[in-house]
Design a protein around this ligand. Sequence first.
Ligand code: ADP
Length: 249
Amino acid sequence: MTDIIANVRDLTRYREEEALQKTFISIISHELKTPVSIIKGYAGTLRRPDGHWSPEILNESFTVIEEEADNLNALIDNLLEVSRLQAGTFTLEISDEVRLPRLAESVARRFATQTANHAIETDFPNDFPTVIGDERRLTQVLNNLVGNAIKYSPEGGRIIIRGEVHPEHVTVSVCDEGIGIPARDQHRIFNKFSRLDNALSRKTEGAGLGLYLSRAIIEAHRGRIWFHSNSDPEPGKPGTTFTFSLPRD
Ligand code: ADP
């Protein structure tokens, strides 16, 4: 009897794996193809022998190419990490003195060049301590959270990366004024390949890996990640705030 149950369980797991694999292939091929075809389209147009492009058009086009290459890069980074997680070869590269305020500022600066209608600010107290951690992976978490804050606040608004110091741990929050996450979907947004079915998700690029990976990275640091969201923005409290904690050394 237990054998049968075990077999049914294995089969279910196998089917789930198979379904996941299919989702993986279709999402990834779509997500990789989109930036590549945008880049190819722009490059092809720019090199047309009869094209006499104004400096503004050239500038705009190169900006799009650069942004799409950045998107591609971020997706490849996420994919590599997810396969490392799955293969069990994910290990942190720890350094002793990670300066989160500095990381947050450089992430804010980089994203600020990609959006005209968001103001991205950082707010860390002067005595914010250094933490022990994997600088590249923690930057990746911030990239995913700030990237989402921009993607899911199409009307623009303020995005604040805020640090707080507590006796045992520090927290970093990324706060946006965007569309929020409906209560019925909140339980699944950290799942692998989980994208919410709203008009915006269909319009924006994304493979549903960013939050899954961010949670894995934060938990590998013995931290936690959570969020508060309001999907029916009322004046004064719209948007979503993602927060992660990391232990103090
Ligand atoms: P992706 O953005 O690639 O779809 P993520 O794992 O980063 O994948 O996010 C999963 C889903 O959670 C998104 O598709 C989106 O629906 C929702 N989400 C994430 N961050 C936000 C946010 N700041 N505001 C609203 N919805 C969000």
